[in-house]
Design a protein around this ligand. Structure first.
Ligand code: 13P
Length: 251
């Protein structure tokens, strides 16, 4: 059985103090939840959230990483740094990084390998834009992104991955993919992984992301191939994020 993983991607939100306060509140709201919980704060708040989450059921993730361990790369953060601060997960290839910061399929693959090298789990984001969906290219796009991200990984590593299917048109727009549409694309992605890594496809967890809220979480999570959610806006308030966790735990 694949355990549901509900992750909050805070993007560029929250000061250290706000992040710590949130974490303490969530820890009490989500105590005993039946799903895995991950918070991905901005880099500056990682340490504070790690301290506040100590001894709770909340795991820590980062929103990005650079693939070299150290060196003259001004402004970047490496995998050993994230590991040391307590990260277990690292989001790689979010569509906002692809769109605004020049992330490519190649850099995504380098980052995935760096995250594994340091004993953490990559959360690899894939997903089509609205023009791509309208042109009937969704499968082609998610296949290319998935194949590129997984290039050179052995089956054991693939089994340990988390993938987040985030249709770009559903991010921050309030337009959620229907549970059936999300299931269809996620099942397709699992099929691509089966071609690449055989039975590891049954172990890899694939999340849905894009306007997930407490009201639509259970419908999405009850689909057979959807193994969790990557939540943006609704992860910024303890009540709504805890609501998603609670609804998902009922599935
Ligand atoms: P929203 O939940 O705000 O649509 O964001 C989704 C997302 O991009 C999570 O990574």
């Amino acid at each position: 059985m694949r355990r549901l993983i509900i992750a909050g991607n805070w993007k560029m939100h929250k000061t250290v103090q706000q992040a710590v306060d949130f974490t303490k509140e969530l820890a009490s709201l989500a105590a005993g939840a039946g799903v895995e919980i991950v918070l991905c704060p901005p880099f500056t708040a990682l340490h504070g959230v790690a301290e506040a989450a100590r001894g709770t059921n909340i795991a820590l993730g980062a929103q990005d990483v650079y693939w070299e361990d150290e060196g003259a790369f001004t402004g970047e953060i490496s995998a050993p740094m994230l590991k040391e601060v307590g990260c277990q997960y690292v989001i790689v290839g979010h569509s906002e990084r692809r769109r605004y910061f020049g992330e490519t399929d190649e850099t995504v693959n380098k980052k995935v390998k760096a995250v594994f090298k340091h004993g953490m789990t990559p959360v690899v984001c894939v997903g089509e834009t609205l023009p791509e969906r309208e042109a009937g290219r969704t499968e082609q796009v998610v296949r290319a992104q998935t194949e590129a991200a997984l290039k050179g990984l052995d089956a054991e590593k693939v089994a340990g991955l988390v993938i987040a299917y985030e249709p770009v048109w559903a991010i921050g727009t309030g337009k959620t993919a229907s549970a059936e549409d999300a299931q269809q694309v996620i099942a397709y992605i699992r099929g691509v992984i089966r071609e690449l890594a055989g039975d590891s496809a049954d172990k890899v967890r694939i999340q849905y992301g894009g306007s997930v809220k407490p009201e639509n979480a259970a419908g999405l999570m009850s689909q057979p191939d959807i193994d969790g959610a990557l939540v943006g806006g609704a992860s910024l308030k303890p009540d709504s994020f805890a609501g998603i966790i609670k609804e998902s735990g009922k599935v």
